[in-house]
Design a protein around this ligand. Structure first.
Ligand code: GDP
Ligand code: MN
Ligand code: MN
Length: 253
């Protein structure tokens, strides 16, 4: 079966309290095994996971960082509030979030929202994905996997791509270890981050600006087996350790 990608067209501007599952189910005929990719920005708007800059009082730390990066100290404060620790303060803030993700500006967005407000990443993206999956089951009667996505930068390469930050109904990683290649050699290393590959394609279809397509359905990917350990454990992430040795950044709290 070919893989089909279906943009969910015609969704309105999402406001706090909107029922995303109902809005989406009204625009797509779901089948069991489909995967719905949803932009985290839209999940957060529906769940009022946003902040007004006016209500933010920046700390001295936020003001000092903002002076170096040339950003609004209140925006930097919102970034620090979402972060567990920082890996970089300058030329941009690179944050470790409590759930393991590492992202530029803690994934706090100022685009696709009214001026003066910022969009935060979901505080528990796995629960966000699981919640939406069960709402879709209820509303559509179909067993649909969910990937909550965000557009993220990467190490080593220029350009942002879609990443999976939460998922339900699948494992993050397809584990190829133990399988054999075309020549019968056993694969010893390969773990494919399938959720990121799917999120990348969905993100391509969503675009970044005013397309108004925050949800994309992917149909026809056969199920896979693996595990959810997409974030390196303490001490496994050599690049992060190297960054910490070069830039000694004070703890946040
Ligand atoms: P992020 O990657 O999760 O930070 O989300 P983006 O801000 O890049 O938006 C992804 C897609 O969703 C783009 O096509 C936006 O135009 C669209 N989008 C963002 N907010 C809304 C909204 O409230 N309603 C609709 N219909 N589309 C939105
Ligand atoms: Mn974003
Ligand atoms: Mn995006």
């Amino acid at each position: 079966m070919p893989i089909t990608v279906i943009p969910v067209e015609g969704l309105p501007l999402i406001r706090p309290g909107d029922d995303l599952a109902r809005l989406i189910v009204g625009r797509v005929a779901f089948a069991d095994g489909d995967i719905l990719c949803l932009a985290s920005s839209v999940w957060s708007k529906a769940h009022a996971n946003v902040r007004g800059l006016d209500a933010i009082e920046p700390t001295a730390r936020a003001s000092a960082i903002a002076a170096r990066t040339g950003e609004d100290p209140r925006f930097i404060q919102a970034v620090l509030d979402e972060s567990e620790s920082l890996l970089l303060e300058h030329p941009f803030v690179l944050s470790v979030l409590p759930w393991g993700h590492i992202g530029v500006r803690a994934g706090v967005d100022q685009s696709n929202i009214e001026g003066g407000e910022v969009i935060l990443l979901p505080r528990d993206p796995m629960a966000a994905a699981a919640g939406l999956a069960s709402e879709l089951l209820e509303a559509a009667g179909a067993s649909v996997g969910v990937i909550v996505t965000d557009t993220c930068g990467r190490s080593f390469r220029r350009g942002q791509t879609g990443h999976a930050i939460g998922w339900a109904g699948m494992t993050a990683i397809r584990d190829f270890r133990g399988e054999t290649d075309l020549f019968g050699h056993e694969l010893k290393i390969t773990e494919e981050a399938v959720v990121d590959e799917i999120a990348g394609f969905a993100n391509l279809v969503m675009g970044e600006s005013d397309a108004g397509v925050p949800a994309v359905v992917i149909r026809g990917i056969p199920p896979w087996q693996g595990h959810d350990e997409i974030y390196w454990h303490e001490g496994e992430d050599l690049i992060r350790d190297a960054l910490c040795r070069v830039h000694e950044i004070a703890p946040l709290r």
